[in-house]
Design a protein around this ligand. Structure first.
Ligand SMILES: C[S@@+](CC[C@H](N)C(=O)[O-])C[C@H]1O[C@@H](n2cnc3c(N)ncnc32)[C@H](O)[C@@H]1O
Length: 288
């Protein structure tokens, strides 16, 4: 007897089962996402067309995606995109998937520099997908920005994103070690450095630890190595009236406040939507 054709309903059941077995937290919701991605159907149509038979190409693509997701590859790498600050960004392996909490590093400058027409000089250290640079250039239409990364793959993605958003002409992308190759001054410096302690990398969710670039995650023995490395660049590159906004990990605020205060910065903190101190705001301390 020929096997029953694979309808949307059957495919949804099979994908849900496979993802559940793989330990995915919301297997049904994710199976629906994968089916929508493959069929292009809106959520309500997925229900209405539950008896539609998938064509061979749809079925093959769905099976490939389910297999990858069951291996715990992040959804953003499968779909090839992620929204950040309401901007649709491309992502792929080799670049960190932008996180919602990183939007705190857009909110903080917007509060500090409310004049949107300001011709700010912006520096984004460790630009990755270019998410922060893109969001800030989008918000400040007269600003110019420099994005730095050590990863050529990340810079390629950042360039694609800036181009797609019509921001490329207001940005320079530089391959380098934090700000060492640059001269300032910059009005605004943002950075989301790697801040996971090396010993904690093994405990990360498989989606993160297995797939996202180590260069974007590994913050050295205590998670703070990158902050120490980029501190001299901030001292050299930040304008007298400038602001630096650095993303920090949960529980790192006290140690980093002490580090930057000792170097002569005034330090403030901004929490993310979960109430976690997420952004370190640095200004040069006023001279007596
Ligand atoms: C946590 S990711 C942040 C990416 C992006 N800014 C974001 O918020 O999603 C850190 C980035 O810093 C880059 N990076 C790591 N070490 C670096 C270094 N020494 N100099 C420049 N970039 C570096 C990584 O390649 C990665 O893209």
């Amino acid at each position: 007897m020929a096997p029953a054709p694979t309808t949307i309903a059957r495919a949804l059941c099979a994908a849900t089962r496979r993802l559940r077995e793989a330990g995915i937290e919301s297997p049904r919701a994710e199976a629906r996402l994968l089916l929508r991605h493959v069929t292009g159907l809106a959520p309500e149509l997925l229900v209405r067309e539950r008896d539609r038979v998938l064509v061979a190409d749809e079925l093959a693509r769905l099976e490939a995606l389910v297999a990858r997701r069951a291996e715990r590859e992040p959804w953003a790498y499968l779909s090839g995109e992620r929204e950040f600050w309401s901007l649709r960004l491309r992502v792929r392996p080799g670049v960190l998937v932008p996180r919602p909490e990183t939007e705190t590093l857009v909110e903080a400058p917007l509060a500090a520099f409310p004049e949107r027409t300001a011709a700010l000089r912006i520096l984004d250290l460790g630009t990755g997908s270019g998410c922060l640079l893109a969001a800030l250039l989008h918000e400040y239409p007269n600003a110019f920005g420099v994005g730095v990364d050590r990863s050529a793959e990340a810079l390629a993605v950042a360039a694609e994103n800036l181009e797609a958003l019509g921001l490329r002409r207001r940005a320079a992308l530089v391959r380098g070690d934090w700000g060492t190759a640059l001269s300032g001054p910059f009005d605004l410096v943002v950075a989301n450095p790697p801040y996971v302690a090396s010993g904690e990398l093994e405990a990360l969710a498989p989606e993160v630890g297995r797939y996202e670039p180590r260069l974007a995650l590994d913050g050295g023995p205590d998670g703070l190595s990158a902050y120490r490395a980029l501190l001299p660049d901030l001292l050299r590159l930040l304008a007298a009236h400038g602001l630096a906004c650095l993303e920090i990990g949960a529980g790192q605020a006290a140690a980093l406040r002490a580090l930057f205060a000792a170097a002569g910065f005034t330090v403030a903190l901004r929490a993310d939507l979960a109430g976690i101190a997420r952004c370190l705001l640095l200004r040069r301390a006023a001279r007596p």
